[in-house]
Ligand binder design. Structure first.
Ligand code: CP
Length: 317
């Protein structure tokens, strides 16, 4: 792997390699919180054109635990606000000598553009591009599912036969898209639940079941995993969104719905959460919730991605 741009083109073998390498990283971190020398002398740039808490901090922690030098770049306060283009920004990073660039950008396709442009030689990791993909979020979600559902014996395993119901603002969600392709590659069965206005164009061509009623989806699918999505009001036209009370009643994962889950089922959310809208505090803070585990696992998964892309151990493809 030279870049990590999406999960749609990630093979099952490569996904398992990343997840198993993340297990190694987690084990090392648990044994001794010391830095690994793997990326000593390498420079990693966090290039964020959109806000982030979890992804940016997690990539920074992952790179530092592998002994890389980290440069944080935020569009706010940079020459981007003076109109500097992605090309000129990228060439500036090339001149500085970046080995890896982690990019979050509001435009779908920005990470691929950077990787294929020839502007930089660095490995590119997509940290979320518009409504397209967020591959490391999907990988950390799959890692969390594997650990919760398979326990200590998760290494080498996919998610064959696991039922995952993804609920909410599918239309604007790069997390939903990346999860969908990765989960299918790993053998899971995926169902989507949303009001018609929050389903994306072309969704009926995707290999998923589609529901409008959350209660029906929970009854029919008996899910192992419930994944709630944030309502992305910043990306939507007001006409697409039912009012908040109606949304919470019909599509919110509340305490009553939590009680209907099977014993082994887990509740996920990528964050940031709108408590009381797409998820109740009772569900978000329950023992079934993996919200904080997802954040913690994100560091191990991102260490694995940085190691596999930048260490020079495996650069074909
Ligand atoms: N899950 C996620 O991408 O969160 P941030 O926007 O805080 O990075």
């Amino acid at each position: 792997m030279r870049h990590l741009l999406d999960t749609r083109t990630l093979s099952r073998d490569d996904a398992l390699l990343i997840l198993d390498t993340a297990e190694d990283m987690a084990a090392t971190q648990q044994r001794e919180m010391k830095k690994l020398p793997t990326l000593r002398g390498k420079s990693v740039v966090n290039l964020f054109f959109e806000d982030s808490t979890r992804t940016r901090i997690s990539f920074e922690a992952a790179a530092k635990r592998l002994s890389a030098d980290v440069i944080n770049f935020s569009a706010k306060g940079s020459s981007v606000s003076k109109g500097e283009s992605l090309k000129d920004t990228a060439q500036t990073l090339q001149a500085i000598g970046a080995d890896g660039v982690i990019i979050r950008h509001p435009a779908s396709g920005a990470a691929s553009r950077l990787a294929s442009s020839g502007w930089i030689e660095a490995g590119v990791l997509n940290a979320g591009d518009g409504m397209h993909e967020h591959p490391t979020q999907a990988l950390l979600d799959a890692f969390t599912m594997r650990r919760r559902l398979h326990g200590a014996a998760s290494r080498g395993k996919g998610l064959d036969g696991v039922s995952v119901v993804i609920i909410g603002d599918i239309a604007h969600s790069r997390v939903a898209r990346s999860n969908l392709w990765l989960l299918i590659a790993l053998g899971a069965q995926v169902s989507l639940v949303a009001p018609e206005t929050l389903l994306p164009f072309g969704v009926r061509d995707w290999p998923v079941s589609i529901y409008h009623s959350l209660d029906e989806a929970l009854r029919v699918e008996n899910p192992d995993v419930v994944m709630m999505l944030r309502i992305q009001t910043e990306r939507m036209h007001a006409a697409f969104f039912p009012n908040e009370r109606e949304y919470a009643r019909n599509w919110g994962f509340d305490d009553r719905r939590l009680q209907t889950l099977s014993e082994r089922a887990i509740v996920m959310h990528p964050g940031p959460m709108n408590r009381g809208l797409e998820i109740s505090s009772g569900a978000a803070d329950s023992p079934r919730s993996t919200v904080l585990e997802q954040v913690a696992n994100g560091v191990s998964v991102r260490m694995a991605c940085l190691y596999l892309l930048l260490s020079g151990e495996r650069t074909e493809g």
